[in-house]
Ligand binder design. Structure first.
Ligand code: GMT
Length: 370
């Protein structure tokens, strides 16, 4: 059994969720897992005897305009590796986690201790933030200095080679889903409360950042509700929420749209939903779409990045060019209107099953032991 350090963002975002669920599953297998983050990861909600959490705390000094988080993180990694004899560090998201891990490895090597680094790239660390000239050289170096590098989709692997100077072999290990949690549950009373007249329930979940194009979600819904009775549930929170709420008021469709904010029990909401909308500008994988599919919800999405590896056009839903609202609305109506819904629901789950955590976990374990 291995002693594994997992470095991640603790927030609701996909990379933090994947890192936390992976750590919990590894602990279930008998490995010892040490999470290192600036806050307790949101999905790390139970006490488990072989899971530990180490918080990175920052002692700021008035001289510092910018608190040196990477240094605090590096020091914490060095300390935890030494104190707990870690074998491997699995870092999720390149910035600054891979960089801190590489630095920690060098410090430890100077002291005669070897630790291996597995870096998993998640998306925006490559496609949005990382490729920016202000980060690129450091991100390239940190990827090249990792012992193993993985991406969550083939598309992200291609993008990484395109935007960075990488001399390493990158392995694709897709994101996964825990069917123990994400499964369609009988929640008919809940469905009746949201859609008392049998309206179709459309759902979107995200962090409401610009990259998600949440305005497009509302535009697609505005077209759908002209044709069939429908309700839209908007889950999550972030910078674009207020703009979309304003659009909603202006278009006078507020009685059909509910903003639920951040939610823990997403699977309960997905269980009563008929269609999931994901209109992102870029998306390396689209974990939110996979969670929906696992709960038998077909997906209407853009065809950007890794989404087509998850949402199979014409099978689990449909994909359209980014911003092609009309095509997305037509496709949504095709599924909702023409008695196709049950078939698409079944197929969405069928494809989601390929991403069961039981299939993906051994791939990571193999990388660690190698
Ligand atoms: O989507 C976000 O803004 C959050 C981001 C993250 O790093 O938490 O998500 C990225 O990683 C997820 C897990 O691997 C992927 O499912 C998302 O597609 C990816 N987001 C983007 O590429 C925009």
């Amino acid at each position: 059994m291995l002693r594994i350090g997992i470095i991640c963002y603790p927030t609701f975002g996909g990379s933090g969720v994947i890192a936390t669920e992976l750590g919990k599953a590894l602990a279930d297998e008998g490995h010892t897992v040490h999470f290192i983050a600036y806050e307790q990861p949101v999905r790390l909600d139970h006490f488990t005897e072989n899971i530990f959490y180490h918080e990175v705390s920052l002692n700021n000094y008035p001289l510092f305009k910018y608190p040196p988080y990477e240094i605090a993180l590096t020091s914490k990694i060095v300390d935890v590796v030494k104190a707990h004899q870690l074998d491997v560090l699995h870092v999720h998201y390149a910035i600054p986690h891979a960089t801190a891990a590489v630095m920690a490895k060098k410090i430890l090597r100077a002291e005669g201790k070897d630790v291996r680094i597995v870096t998993t790239l998640h998306g925006t660390d490559i496609t949005l933030v990382g490729k920016d000239a202000s980060y690129e050289p450091v991100v390239s170096y940190s990827i090249n200095q990792s012992d193993v590098v993985t991406t969550v989709s083939q598309s992200l692997k291609d993008d990484t080679y395109k935007y960075f100077h990488i001399d390493k072999d990158i392995q694709v290990v897709p994101n996964f889903i825990d069917f123990g949690r994400f499964n369609k549950m009988p929640k008919d009373h809940f469905k009746k409360a949201i859609a008392p007249n049998g309206e179709k329930i459309i759902v979107h979940t995200s962090n409401f950042r610009k990259v998600k194009r949440v305005g497009d979600v509302l535009k697609v819904f505005a077209q759908i509700q002209k044709e069939i009775p429908a309700k839209l549930l908007m889950i999550g929170d972030g910078p674009e929420r207020m703009n979309v709420e304003n659009d909603c008021r202006q278009w006078k469709i507020c009685d059909m749209v509910t903003f639920l904010g951040k939610q823990e029990a997403i699977e309960e909401i997905l269980s009563v939903s008929d269609l999931f909308l994901l209109t992102s500008e870029t998306e390396s994988f689209g974990l939110a779409a996979l969670e929906a599919m696992a709960c038998e919800v077909p997906v209407i999405s853009s065809n950007t990045g890794g989404i087509p590896e998850v949402n199979i056009d014409g099978f689990t839903g449909y994909t359209s060019d980014v911003g092609d609202i009309d095509d997305m609305a037509v496709n949504a109506l095709k599924i909702l209107k023409e008695g196709e819904l049950e078939k698409f629901k079944k197929q969405a789950k069928e494809h989601a099953l390929k991403f069961r955590i039981q299939e993906i976990l051994p791939l990571y374990e193999k990388l660690y032991t190698e």
